[in-house]
Design a protein around this ligand. Structure first.
Ligand SMILES: [Zn+2]
Length: 88
């Protein structure tokens, strides 16, 4: 029989994943270092969405720049229309 004292305190004190598992409980696996989730719940290297939610951007039609450009064009067209009405 071994009398080696197991020092598992630091291991057990590490941050836990906490993701909701299929049975509804929180995942108890240790979180990957500098991440909130374990290797099976999105903590693996290279996983997860890129910064600033670029996954949702398909064509850029609704970016702030595109909306501002359309507003400027509308204002310019309105100005031209008013000018043409004055010239009549
Ligand atoms: Zn997990």
């Amino acid at each position: 029989m071994s009398y080696h004292i197991r020092n598992t305190g630091p291991m057990l004190a590490s941050p836990r994943c906490g993701a909701k598992t299929r049975c509804g409980d929180a995942c108890r696996s240790p979180a990957v270092s500098r991440k909130k989730r374990c290797r099976m719940h999105g903590g693996a290297p290279g996983s997860g969405a890129p910064r600033a939610n670029r996954n949702a951007r398909k064509h850029g039609l609704f970016t702030g720049d595109a909306i501002a450009e359309r507003r400027r064009i509308r204002e310019l067209l309105g100005e031209a229309r008013r000018l043409l009405e004055e010239m009549k």
